[in-house]
Design a protein around this ligand. Structure first.
Ligand code: CIR
Length: 256
């Protein structure tokens, strides 16, 4: 069960953030609107939100998930792989310190983006990506092992369609992984129930279990129906403006 989440309001320069997709420029009014709905959705799942002010120094900072990894035992501050995002960690540190006494770090030359970390109960999958490097994964694995977790890596560096590991997979509880078709054959997923997402809906593979609900992006009816058929309770949110900046549902909050 989660009881809290941290979010950061998008700044007026949100459109100046990094992106690899060609979906047009986000409309700021709509960005704020969708963000407000996202916050309402997370609150509806029973979480108390800490809402941070926009940080105009970092246009991508509304994607708070990338700057920290929060476990029940400790918080791990990351070291984002994109230089424009490095300062986001110093900005989130005092907020994390309000809730955690044990704080670990990823140090140079290691890099880790929180979006590359998929927690499935006591097993953390760590994506090796253009943002998370092998040294970062090594440091993170050591931290997680010391905290009593299992960690393993999944190399997505040759996959051009996703930015982070969690752009392509999510753990939604009940031993179930939602996985984009391209990743589904990974032998590491052997012990899980797999819910495969078709290429046409692959953006929706980034979904988030929050207590009794599963947040999913709007406009992906096959995944939504399949979740319902398997007894999950999807909560649909319009993510179009965040998708334009390579962002998914999970990256808009830190849940703990
Ligand atoms: C970036 O490229 O870093 C941002 N525009 C998007 C980050 C999305 N984060 C995530 O999926 N965890």
């Amino acid at each position: 069960m989660f009881t809290r989440a941290i979010v950061r309001l998008p700044g007026s320069n949100f459109a100046d953030g990094l992106t690899t997709v060609d979906l047009g420029s986000p409309h700021f009014d709509e960005v704020l609107h969708q963000h407000a709905h996202y916050c309402d959705g997370v609150r509806a799942c029973g979480l108390e939100l800490t809402v941070l002010d926009p940080d105009l120094r970092h246009p991508d900072s509304t994607f708070v998930e990338d700057a920290a990894i929060l476990t029940p035992h400790a918080a791990i501050l990351t070291r984002p792989g994109a230089s424009s995002r490095e300062g986001e960690v110093a900005a989130i540190r005092p907020v994390v310190q309000r809730f955690y006494s044990r704080i670990l770090t990823i140090d140079s030359p290691g890099t880790v983006d929180g979006g590359d970390i998929c927690e499935a109960e006591d097993h953390f999958f760590i994506g090796l990506s253009l943002r998370t490097n092998e040294e970062g994964a090594r440091q993170l694995s050591a931290h997680l092992n010391a905290l009593g977790y299992i960690a393993s890596t999944i190399d997505i560096r040759s996959m051009t369609t996703i930015l982070h590991l969690k752009s392509g997979m999510s753990y939604i509880g009940d031993d179930t992984l939602v996985v984009m078709e391209e990743m589904a054959a990974n032998p590491q997923f052997g012990g899980f129930n797999l819910l495969r997402v078709s290429p046409a809906e692959s953006y929706a593979a980034n979904c988030v279990r929050v207590n009794q609900r599963v947040l999913i992006a709007e406009g992906f009816p096959h995944l939504r129906d399949e979740l319902i058929a398997r007894g999950f309770s999807p909560l649909t949110l319009n993510m179009s403006e965040f998708q334009k900046m390579d962002g998914g549902l999970s990256c808009l909050s830190l849940r703990f």
